[in-house]
Design a protein around this ligand. Structure first.
Ligand code: CU
Length: 472
């Protein structure tokens, strides 16, 4: 016998039917058989699809662990976690399942916590039944009435602080007929962090309530760490495969403009619900919401996951990578076919004259070179290498105290002139990003390099336009 919404029903042979006594709402009645213990996974992994053709009783056991981990290279933060990871363990159940939920608060933890699952119909989404002190375990149950992809989070006061320390994750309630089969499934969740220190500043950083109240995050991250989804941690797929990513947003404050550079979402399960949108470039994920994106990968290469509020991506960490391997697919994406000089009619005559008129006189001292170089740096280099030359871990190498720069000045000149692609080791860390070729004059290259060499503990080399010309 199954009781749903106060109705007592028995002997039902169908998986579902409509009860006409509930006005305006379809009440499904589920045949429920057996019991099982849910297998939970750490991000970016997702449990196997459910292949039951019936509902069951599922036991979910989730342990809260407070632990200090790296939020970026050389930066430590004390996260509060569901299952030891940020985001918390992925939970996968089926519509109609009766979930017996066990929340365990590890004895070494310092604080009480609870859980609000957005998949629950009931007060607090479970929070009112799961206030759990360290060293305790609480239990409650709910029936998964609504299929969809839902956020869960801690709702213990101060709620923003518990969420801001990483206490969120996703629970997928599969529809009774399941989701269409795909080749790969992944779990990504965005959240922002408010640390006392600035982005990338080495050391241990406590939570900053002041920055959280002002909504001025230092970090905006996928899966809790700068670099959690880049380089060797990138998501993987092969050309021709279909990929589904369950994407959540824990917040606590920001809305995400989720985008994958170089991909179009064939399907978006809007806000994690039933509405299916097609051919989408960027999809919004509210704080405390989720979405499901599905696409086929057509060509090999790296596809970059970003929050398209792009300063968050390139300056605050909201950057992931999907690496697709396989044969080139030239009709779909050719790659660069040609790069040639473009000279509109008359340009060959006009350009040098214009250049002569506007070019400032050459710097006449090392100090002037440094001053002008600072402007060139701010306009061309700072976004990636950062204001203090610290770079961005796993993405853009540091210029501060850079062994690479200080080793060979002519090589540095050629990098600025020609750009740099492929792996490079700087101060012991490997980087594999793309620096574009910059269209700078010899004077500008000399100035910016002299500025960089004069800054942040580098060796003070002065670079002259003559040296730059020799490397062109
Ligand atoms: Cu909590």
């Amino acid at each position: 016998m199954i009781i749903i919404s106060g109705l007592s029903l028995s002997g039902c042979q169908n998986h579902n039917r409509t009860d006409p006594s509930v006005e305006g709402m379809k009440v499904k009645v589920y045949k429920r058989e057996g019991s099982e213990i849910a297998t939970l996974t750490a991000p970016p992994n997702v449990p196997e699809p459910i292949n039951r053709d019936h509902a069951t009783t599922v036991t979910v056991e989730l342990e809260i662990i407070e632990k200090t981990m790296a939020i970026a290279e050389g930066v430590e933060y004390t996260f509060w976690t569901f299952g030891g990871t940020v985001p918390g363990s992925f939970i996968r159940i089926r519509e109609g399942d009766l979930v017996e939920f066990h929340l365990k608060n590890h004895p070494d933890n310092k604080l009480p916590h609870n859980i609000d699952l957005h998949s629950v119909n009931g007060p607090g989404g479970g929070a009112t039944s799961t206030f759990t002190a360290p060293g305790h375990e609480t239990t409650f149950s709910f029936t998964a009435l609504n299929p969809g992809t839902y956020v869960y989070h801690c709702a213990t006061a101060p709620v923003g602080m518990h969420i801001g320390n990483g206490m969120y994750g996703l629970i997928l309630v599969e529809p009774e007929n399941g989701l269409p089969e795909v080749d790969r499934e992944y779990y990504v969740m965005q959240g922002e962090f408010y640390t006392k220190g600035t982005f990338g500043q080495p050391g241990f950083h406590p939570f900053s309530m002041e920055k959280a109240l002002k909504e001025e995050a230092e970090y905006v991250l996928f899966n809790g760490t700068v670099g959690s989804l880049t380089e060797e941690h990138s998501l993987k797929a092969e050309v021709g495969e279909t990929v589904r990513i369950y994407v959540g947003n824990g917040g606590p404050n920001y809305v995400s403009s989720f985008h994958i550079i170089g991909e179009i979402f064939d399907n978006v399960r809007v806000e994690g619900g039933d509405l299916l949108n097609h051919n989408v470039q960027t999809t919004l994920i509210p704080s405390g919401g989720a979405t499901v994106v599905e696409f086929k990968v057509e060509a090999p290469g790296n596809y970059i996951l970003v929050d398209h509020s792009v300063f968050r991506a390139f300056n605050k960490g909201a950057l992931g990578m999907l690496t697709v391997e396989g044969d080139e697919n030239k009709p779909i994406y050719s790659g660069q076919i040609n790069d040639q000089v473009y000279l509109p009619e008359g340009a060959a005559i006009a350009t040098p004259e214009t250049a002569e008129v506007v070019a400032p006189p050459a710097a006449d001292s090392r100090d002037q070179r440094i001053l002008r170089g600072k402007t060139v740096f701010a306009q061309n280099c700072q976004t990636c290498h950062q204001a203090n030359g610290q770079g961005i871990a796993s993405a853009f190498p540091p210029l501060a105290k850079s062994d690479y720069l200080n080793a060979e000045v002519n090589r540095s000149i050629r990098v600025v002139l020609n750009g740099l692609e492929g792996p490079v080791t700087v101060n012991g860390a490997l980087y594999n990003s793309l620096m574009p070729k910059l269209n700078l004059s010899d004077e500008q290259v000399a100035n910016v390099l002299t500025f960089v060499y004069d800054s942040w503990g580098n060796n003070g080399t002065e670079v002259t336009p003559q040296q730059v010309a020799a490397q062109r």
